[in-house]
Design a protein around this ligand. Structure first.
Ligand code: PXL
Length: 282
């Protein structure tokens, strides 16, 4: 069985990070090991939260895995939180990644033009270092702007996304993908570029009139799992975009607080169907 190591926090309430990565990647048929960065009572969009930093424990956990000969097909990095945890993630990549290991980074630090609570601009520079060691990065527009120094815009056209991608390709030599990117009226999806060729690609689905927390984590977890199963990057990203859209559609039927996250659980059968179809087509 293929195995992913994911480096991100454990948030006890408010679906995000490992409470999304574990069930979603498992549903795709891939084992997930967690290297937790911190233990939080709730994510930082809640008015307050408790936090226990696990930064000291991380190298001890990774060291025990290394001593026991444990290896990984991919390393998927999400919300880290501090410079020290970025340093640890950089070392873990050096320890565990060889030319066959897929390194996927979601440089989680903000959205809607603003940094999440607890982050500063220096963190964005450090995150760029991590993206430099990755094969695939999946920032949203805010995170892409923070790392490239480009201006954040609510209204933009395709050339703005292309320029952002060019900037990101100076940071990451693999594939860069901007999430929540809209190039058609009433639609949203992703816009990407392969650094080696400068070739761009995109995918658009219906834009749903709702914003829930954790959808970036859902997109990244799905893409990571699907790619590790051997599904081509573009198709893996399309499955991730469609699954995320389906979970939003499902969640919109209810009236729950958007901080609580999306009802991804009841849409897991759809995800499994899409992954199986893609595997049959290969
Ligand atoms: O969904 C990203 C995320 C993950 N983990 C924590 C967060 C956030 C975004 O706010 O606060 C703790």
């Amino acid at each position: 069985m293929k195995r992913i190591m994911t480096i991100q926090d454990i948030t006890c309430f408010g679906k995000c990070s490992v409470t999304i990565a574990l069930p979603v990647i498992s549903a795709i048929g891939v084992e997930t090991a967690i290297l937790p960065t911190a233990l939080l009572s709730a994510h930082t969009l809640f008015p307050d939260n408790t936090k226990l930093d696990l930064g000291e424990e991380m190298p001890r956990i990774a060291g025990q895995w290394k001593r026991n000969g444990i290896s990984f097909d991919a390393i998927y990095i999400g919300y880290l939180g501090t410079d020290r945890e970025i340093e640890t993630a950089l070392r873990v990549i050096d320890q565990f990644a060889d030319e066959n290991t897929l390194v996927i980074t979601d440089p989680v630090m903000g959205d809607h033009g603003r940094l999440y609570r607890g982050f500063d601009r220096e963190y964005a520079g450090k995150c760029a270092e991590l993206c430099g060691k990755s094969d695939l990065i999946v920032p949203n527009i805010t995170e892409a702007c923070l790392m490239t120094g480009m201006e954040y815009r609510e209204k933009y056209d395709e050339s703005y996304l292309r320029d952002l991608c060019v900037g990101l390709c100076r940071i990451c030599a693999g594939t860069v993908v901007i999430t929540g990117a809209s190039i058609e009226e009433g639609k949203t999806g992703f816009y990407g570029m392969r650094a080696e060729t400068g070739e761009t690609f995109s995918y658009q689905t219906e834009r749903l009139d709702a914003s829930y927390h954790g959808t970036g984590d859902l997109f990244a977890s799905t893409a990571a799992g699907a790619m590790v199963r051997g599904i081509h990057v573009q198709q893996a990203l399309e499955i991730a975009a469609d699954y995320t859209a389906e979970t939003i559609r499902e969640t919109m039927k209810g009236t729950e607080n958007p901080w609580y996250g999306v009802h991804f659980e009841t849409v897991i059968p759809y995800l499994i169907r899409r992954v199986e179809e893609a595997l049959r087509e290969r």
